[in-house]
Design a protein around this ligand. Structure first.
Ligand code: G6P
Length: 611
């Protein structure tokens, strides 16, 4: 949530900041702003997107080779010009951009009001700007000391970049809970919430750790803890290419990412499956394999789409490895005093690796002695750094807010893990294991055939573009896919949609079914096929419209349903990877037809770094 970009060097900062903010807009897009240092500091900010900020800055002074920028996802205070970042302290000494939440801001604000401060915005960030300034002026210390001292008084999460008008040649950055990456160039530094705005200029980066403060001018960077202990910056090479973060020929990132799935799944299992399918090798968890194999229980923690992937994981682990699994929303788990044992294995699933609730939940479980694994997409992000071991998904950067390729890569990793454990624990025979691994490796080609049906799926989508409600039904492995299909539709097209286990329909949702209700049914040939056929009949008997995702060649459902979308035959355990693709397309097309902003749906953000 919220994107930060900053630059210090010899180039003009403005275009670097604007372009960087556009790359980070997926993190938040309700207002944007920047500050440029050039004989004083010029601040431009407004409600709206980065393109509105560009419009706002047109004709104004945009020179200067030091600057900070921000794109916002509102937490404290509605989206408005005043609440947009950067925030300037009362006497104009400090200019701050911030990602995160200062939890004790109202207490700090009261103290500052007692000291004569007044506030122009409703934000917690302005409180921080004034707190730093107050310390700076009263204690007569350097800007860096004032920042560090202020941060000792702050409760909450922050990624911060700060400039001080008395020390114009430098930027001060700090991190706790919200990510910050520093790009290291030749006599120049770039700062951003993730590496995407940086890779165009340098592949050398430093991932800041919690409670670190960096003081940066174009010639030098020093890293310290908030308590003033020196730290050695660890420069790493980031392997991210510009092509991966461009839309290419696609109209939207979401569409590009749907189409990337054959490749992102292949990338996820590449090098991890032997040629003859007799071996799965997950190097990231090899050291803790004994703990996982002997685990009494696996607890999967995640949010949003990643939680849906976790539900698929539950079916997979229980079926193949016979280990009991609980799948928990991280936000609930962390606040409900859960029972955690030392022989529990926790798996955190997160595309971004930054989701605040998931991060906090694993920290809590770690303190209680459990083994913590991560399934994350963004290398070097906070969750993988907190875990004992893990497996990266290698889906490449996912920029569309509605997750698509991250989901299928997460399910791919969970499938590999469950098979590996099943074999190690002796519940999968060599033949079953080899067969299943083969099924998984065929998925990319099978997805390619589904992608060819895009136009046909688009036509079906047209019929339902004006729906106000939709129901998604599935059983077994496909129940989580029903949840995911409903989530995709509601988040980008704003149509109310619910996912349900098909049998549960009779306990409520069936009351909603009439001729206006599209019901998307996941009905591929698996062990519940007969039952799902009955569920389709129940919907049709009430005049509901059925759009069924079926196995290629299914003539039975074709006769009953209003529309069918075929997917290739596969083992039921890998069916989520195929059946979710038509649902992604349907949401995408309906959202485009309804004129919605597919990549940046209202009120949402890609990376939820606040709880
Ligand atoms: C947000 C995103 C979703 C994502 C969820 C969890 O809500 O919009 O697409 O599934 O966060 O994010 P994570 O990065 O932890 O997978």
């Amino acid at each position: 949530m919220c994107g930060i970009v900053a630059y210090v060097g010899d180039r003009t900062a403005y275009p670097i900041i604007i372009k960087g903010l556009q790359r980070l807009e997926y993190r938040g897009y309700d207002s944007a702003g920047l500050a440029l240092v050039n004989d004083g500091v010029h601040v431009y900010k407004c409600k709206g997107k980065v393109k509105d900020l560009e419009e706002h800055a047109k004709g104004k002074s945009i020179s200067g080779s030091i600057g900070i920028g921000h794109t916002r996802w509102a937490t404290h205070g509605e989206p408005s010009d005043n609440n947009a970042h950067p925030h300037v302290s009362q006497n104009g000494k400090f200019i701050v951009v911030h990602n995160g939440i200062i939890e004790n801001y109202s207490h700090l604000k009261k103290e500052l009001i007692n000291r004569g401060y007044s506030f122009k915005s409703d934000t917690d960030t302005e409180v921080l700007a004034n707190l730093i300034e107050n310390i700076y002026l009263e204690e007569k210390v350097d800007a860096e000391i004032a920042v560090r001292y202020a941060l000792t008084k702050v409760v909450g999460a922050y990624g911060l970049v700060i400039t001080c008008t008395d020390e114009e040649d430098k930027l001060i950055a700090a991190r706790k809970g919200s990510p910050l990456v520093i790009g290291v160039g030749e006599k120049e530094y770039f700062l951003a919430s993730d590496a995407t705005p940086i890779v165009e200029y340098t592949d050398q980066v430093i991932y800041m750790n919690d409670e670190e403060v960096a003081v940066i001018n174009k010639d030098n960077l020093t890293l310290k803890s908030i308590q003033n202990d020196s730290k050695k910056p660890k420069i790493q090479k980031v392997s991210l290419s510009i092509d991966e973060i461009d839309k290419g020929p696609y109209e939207h990132f979401m569409l590009k990412e749907i189409y990337e799935q054959p490749l992102s799944i292949e990338d996820t299992f590449r090098g991890r499956i032997s040629m003859d399918h007799s071996k799965i090798f997950l190097g990231g968890i090899i050291d803790v394999l004994p703990q996982i194999t002997q685990a009494n229980r696996i607890i999967i923690l995640a949010c949003g789409t990643s939680w849906h992937a976790g539900l698929v994981g539950e079916y997979l682990f229980e079926e193949f490895a016979r280990i009991p699994v609980e799948v928990e929303y991280a936000s609930e788990f962390r606040y409900r005093n859960p029972v955690i044992n030392k022989d529990d294995v926790i798996i955190a699933i997160s595309q971004s690796g930054e989701t605040a609730d998931t991060l906090a939940a694993i920290k809590m479980a770690k303190e209680q002695g459990a083994t913590i694994l991560g399934i994350c997409n963004v290398a070097g992000s906070s969750i993988p750094r907190e875990t004992h071991a893990g497996v990266y998904t290698h889906a490449g950067p996912e920029i569309g807010v509605a997750s698509t390729k991250a989901f299928t890569s997460q399910v791919t990793v969970l499938t590999m893990m469950s098979m590996l454990l099943g074999k190690t624990r002796g519940f999968l025979s060599k033949e079953e294991y080899t067969h299943l691994v083969g099924e998984l490796t065929q998925i990319p080609d099978k997805i390619r055939t589904i992608l060819q049906a895009d136009d046909e799926i688009k036509k079906i989508s047209e019929t339902y573009q004006h729906a106000t409600n939709a129901l998604y039904l599935g059983r077994g492995y496909l129940f989580p896919v029903a949840l995911e299909g409903a989530l995709k539709l509601k988040e980008i097209s704003y149509i109310h949609a619910e996912g349900y286990p098909a049998a549960e329909m009779k306990h409520g949702p069936i009351a909603l079914i009439d001729e206006n209700m599209p019901v998307f049914v996941l009905a591929t040939k698996d062990k519940s096929y007969e039952k799902i056929v009955s569920n389709i009949q129940e919907v049709k008997a009430r005049n509901g419209k059925v759009i069924a995702i079926v196995t290629k060649g299914d003539e039975v459902i074709k006769k009953m349903a209003d529309h069918v979308i075929e997917v290739p035959d596969c083992h039921e355990a890998v069916a989520p990877l195929l059946t979710v693709i038509p649902l992604q397309f349907i949401s995408y097309h309906i959202a485009v037809m309804r004129g919605c902003n597919v990549d940046q749906p209202r009120n949402l953000a890609k990376s939820v770094t606040v709880e």
